[in-house]
Every structure is written in C-alpha cells, then in structure tokens.
Design a protein around this ligand. Structure first.
Ligand code: AHG
Ligand code: MN
Ligand code: MN
Length: 341
C-alpha cells in the first residue's frame, strides 16, 4: 500500500507560514480562521441555492448601479459578521458597500484591513455556474493603534498586501491564497468541513494556449487590444493552432482555470468615448488580490501600461483595465499597447 500524501489543513498551513515571519503573533492565523467560517457558510448557501428561495434579486442596486442578488447580500453579511468582532481588523471595504466599513462598538480595532468581493460572477448564480469570493489583506498604516481604520489603510498599493486569494465555488470548493511565499490551493472536504492542501506551490505556465475576454465588446476595445486578439487567432507556430477562447464570465473561475492550465484574461476599458475610458473591474477587490496571486505564481498582471500592484489607489471603488495570467502572454499584450508590435 502506498503511503498517503501528507494531510495539511489550511489553518495549519497558515500557521506554518506565519512562523516564517519572526514578528508573527499568531493574530493573522486567527484572522483567517474567522474568515474561513464565513466562507464555509457561503459555500453551504451556494451549494443549495437551487433548493431554497434564495435565487433572484433583492431588488436593491449597489454602488456600481448593478442589481444586487440575494447571494451577494448573504455573502456580504456573513463575511462582515464573521470579521467584525475578532479584534484583528481596523476596518473593512467591500465591493457591495459604498463607504468604508467601520468595526462596530464595542469591538476592538486591530492592525489589519480586509477588502473583499463577497460574491464574484454573480450574473452566473442562477445558472449553477462557478462563482467565487476574492479577498485582500493589508496591514494598517494609520494610527494610533486601537483607533478606527481610515481610507489611507485601504488605499495602499497592491504590492503591500500581506495576504490575498480567492475561493472558487465549483464542482468542489477551493481556496487559493498567497502570503508572499508562493501560491497554495486547498480543497474543501465538505464531510469534515476542512480545507485540505491539494495544490502546493502552484506555478502558472509561462506561455499559454488560451485567452479569456468578453468578445462581444470588440467594438468598444482600443486598437491595441483588437490587434492583440487578432494576433492570437492566427496560427501559433509553437502549436500550429490559434489560441483557444475560454470565457466563463466569473473572473475567479476564468482566473483559476488560467492559473492551473495557463492563459491570459483581459478586461480592457470600454473606449466607446475615447475621452472617457470605462474600465469595469475593481482595483481593490478584484485586480490587486488576483495580481498578487498571479505574480506569486510566476505570472503577471498589468493594465497594459502599468503593473497592477504599483498603482496608487485614489478611491475605494476605483476601476482599472486588467490583463493577467501567463507571463509571456501579458508581456506580448504590453508590447502591442506600447506599439512595439
Ligand atoms: P461581480 O459579479 O463581482 O460584479 O463581478 C463580475 C465581473 C467578473 O466576475 C467578470 O469577469 C466580469 O464581471 C464579467 O463581465 P461581462 O459580463 O461584462 O463580461
Ligand atoms: Mn467581481
Ligand atoms: Mn461581486
């Protein structure tokens, strides 16, 4: 009989990673443990979404003018309630909430900030298609300790993130995270409620064979994006085939597939009015966390002109053009944008 692979839970893994930091107090481990409670509750709700009266709209509209689905609201509520009283956070920010989220009295204010997209890909919920949750953790920069966090704590460059990752609610539920020492994936065993290490040290292939973009928007793209996608449709001398198109419409699911198989995801700005470029994806809740994961796995994340992790955020709900995935594919896109190809 072959010996079983080592069984490592997510909590144990985070704990071990923390020991790589001499200043670690264990607080960070407890923060992620709290977060996991919310994730397990969301997963349970997602998995029985077809069975109970939770499908459909709440009737509300969020800060981006989008209709809020019940599961968006449920996920927002569970994450807030799991994280508000742990004493680890000084504030939170979410795609679904317009203002900075305060830690309610009388709970202690801590030294970290949590930013999240509670439910990503929500247009896919009613069709039983994979959706996700994205998270980003920064260390607070405002003072004094114990006071409320401020906008400055949230508006830090993505490269300062101490931890980032996502959960993908697919045929199985997986959590993928980085705390600056590579990217690791854990699969939930629902029978025991534990995330078990299943993908250690994930590396994204340097060059891919697939691209993910909403091609219905072609007429709104800039010239460089149009030329780049046309280029991918030509026969690739390396494979003798053009690139394949793969687009789910859930950023987490598209990114996750590209991370494991190789691929490039693009959501360029809408250039219908060239004087007013309109990007769609959010810097703090979507682009930054996935950019950190991509880079830690050996990939890249860019606007086409600038590294995502180097952008100085100026507003909570700031949006950016996003191109991320396999390193050589993102570099090729940048070459098109800069007019070198
Ligand atoms: P969210 O569900 O959090 O609002 O995000 C939706 C995003 C992202 O998941 C996806 O990549 C993108 O919107 C899809 O947009 P299009 O439908 O415009 O292609
Ligand atoms: Mn999203
Ligand atoms: Mn969302």
């Amino acid at each position: 009989m072959t010996a079983p692979a080592k069984l490592v839970t997510l909590s144990r893994h985070i704990h071990e990673e923390q020991r790589l930091h001499p200043e670690a107090t264990g607080e960070f481990t407890r923060l992620l443990d709290d977060f996991l409670i919310a994730i397990k509750l969301i997963r349970r709700e997602v998995s029985r979404a077809g069975l109970i009266d939770i499908l459909g709209f709440t009737g509300g509209v969020n800060v981006h003018g989008e209709e809020v689905k019940k599961l968006d609201a449920f996920a927002q509520d569970r994450i807030f309630k799991a994280m508000d009283h742990g004493g680890h956070l000084c504030c939170m920010a979410s795609e679904e909430v317009e203002e900075l989220i305060r830690i309610p009295d009388p709970y202690k204010r801590g030294k970290y900030v949590l930013m999240f997209d509670p439910l990503d890909g929500s247009s896919n919920i009613d069709a039983n298609v994979t959706i996700g949750t994205i998270f980003s953790i920064q260390r607070r920069v405002s003072g004094p300790p114990g006071s409320d966090g401020t906008l400055a704590d949230c508006l830090q460059k993505g490269r300062n993130q101490v931890c980032a990752g996502y959960v993908v609610y697919g045929p199985s539920t997986m959590l993928v995270y980085t705390a600056g020492h590579g990217v690791h994936g854990f699969t939930l065993d629902p029978s025991v409620g534990e995330f078990i290490l299943s993908h250690e040290n994930i590396r994204i292939p340097a060059r891919s064979k697939n691209y993910s973009i909403n091609e219905g928007n072609t007429s709104a793209w800039d010239e460089a994006t149009r030329r780049y996608i046309d280029h991918l449709k030509q026969k690739d001398p390396a494979t003798n085939r053009p690139y394949g198109a793969r687009y789910i419409g859930s950023l987490v699911a598209d990114f996750h597939r590209n991370l494991l198989y190789g691929g490039v995801f693009l959501y360029p700005a809408d250039m219908t009015d060239p004087a007013k470029p309109k990007p769609k994806l959010r810097l703090l809740y979507e682009a930054n966390p996935l950019a950190l994961v991509a880079e830690q796995a050996g990939g890249l994340a860019s606007t086409g002109r600038e590294r995502i992790l180097d952008i100085q955020p100026t507003a909570l709900h700031q949006k950016v053009p996003l191109v991320l995935g396999s390193r050589q594919d993102v570099e090729a896109y940048e070459a098109f944008v800069l007019g070198r190809r």
